[in-house]
Ligand binder design. Structure first.
Ligand code: SAH
Length: 243
């Protein structure tokens, strides 16, 4: 039966792909994905057929992948990080619907919260929330509410999509919401280009984060009220009492 694997490739470097993801890409005939992701994996999978589609054409990309699988090809559709986290896994299932002629398998990957977190130290040791600041598919009021609730609950927060061309002040707005509940001294961190050229990490206060110019390849971490800086690293205690 035709098979479509939806593969999370991790943040960008080959070492952070799971063995299962590598095996899936070795096994398939065609690799489909957004140009940036295809460029990241291409060199490691010579001899494959590659199909790239521009960003924002997600549904077209998914339909193309499903059609190629129906034609009998083994297709891998790649997403950065984990395919189920702001990725294409859900859309593939929705578009396939009840069509039993294509078998779908989702293969998990290392998401930016964890690949970025380990570069900063251990910011997500306790309960945390993941919130995307992109309002392309989510109303901004919903995003605000989630930010407010997560900060009120003293969760550490990983923010995805902190900025796009049109949305230049969303990170600032998000920080203002968190500042309703958390101190300006709250420990925060940013990681840019995880596993890619130009990787950068910085630890800063929530007050400084408010003025930070994030780009779309940045993941932002806001600590909870217990998060500390230990030897330059952002560390959220697990909660063990006598350390
Ligand atoms: N499926 C992806 C998330 C896609 S949403 C995952 O699980 O990681 C896109 C957002 O993810 C970016 O705006 C950024 O906030 C974050 N992101 C994804 N890859 C990243 C990388 N290599 N470096 C830094 N941030 C990244």
């Amino acid at each position: 039966m035709a098979k479509l694997r939806v593969v999370g490739i991790g943040p960008g470097d080959y070492e952070e792909m799971t063995v299962k993801a590598v095996n899936a890409l070795n096994a398939c005939d065609v690799i489909v994905g957004y140009t940036v992701y295809v460029d990241l994996v291409k060199a490691h999978f010579p001899g494959k057929e590659f199909f790239t589609t521009p960003m924002r054409r997600e549904a077209d990309r998914c339909r193309l992948a499903l059609d190629m699988a129906r034609e009998g090809k083994d297709v891998a559709m790649i997403c950065s990080g984990d395919a189920g986290i702001y990725g294409m896994a859900g859309l593939i299932y929705e578009l396939r619907g009840e069509d039993a002629s294509v078998e779908v398998e989702v293969i998990g990957g290392l998401t930016a919260a964890t690949s970025g977190g380990c570069r900063l130290g251990a910011p997500l040791t306790h309960d945390f929330a993941v919130i995307s600041l992109s309002d392309l598919l989510t109303p901004w009021e919903t995003i605000e509410k989630r930010l407010d609730c997560a900060a009120a609950g003293n969760f550490s927060i990983a923010l995805y999509n902190p900025r796009s061309h049109k949305r230049t002040d969303y990170l600032q707005k998000a920080c203002d919401i968190v500042l309703r509940h958390q101190s300006p001294e709250t420990v925060c961190g940013v990681v840019r280009n995880i596993g890619r050229e130009g990787e950068e990490t910085r630890v800063m206060t929530l007050a400084a984060l408010r003025d930070y110019e994030a780009d779309m390849f940045t993941t932002v971490f806001i600590g909870n009220s217990f998060t500390r800086v230990v030897d330059g690293r952002m560390v959220t205690p697990r909660g063990y009492r006598d350390v």
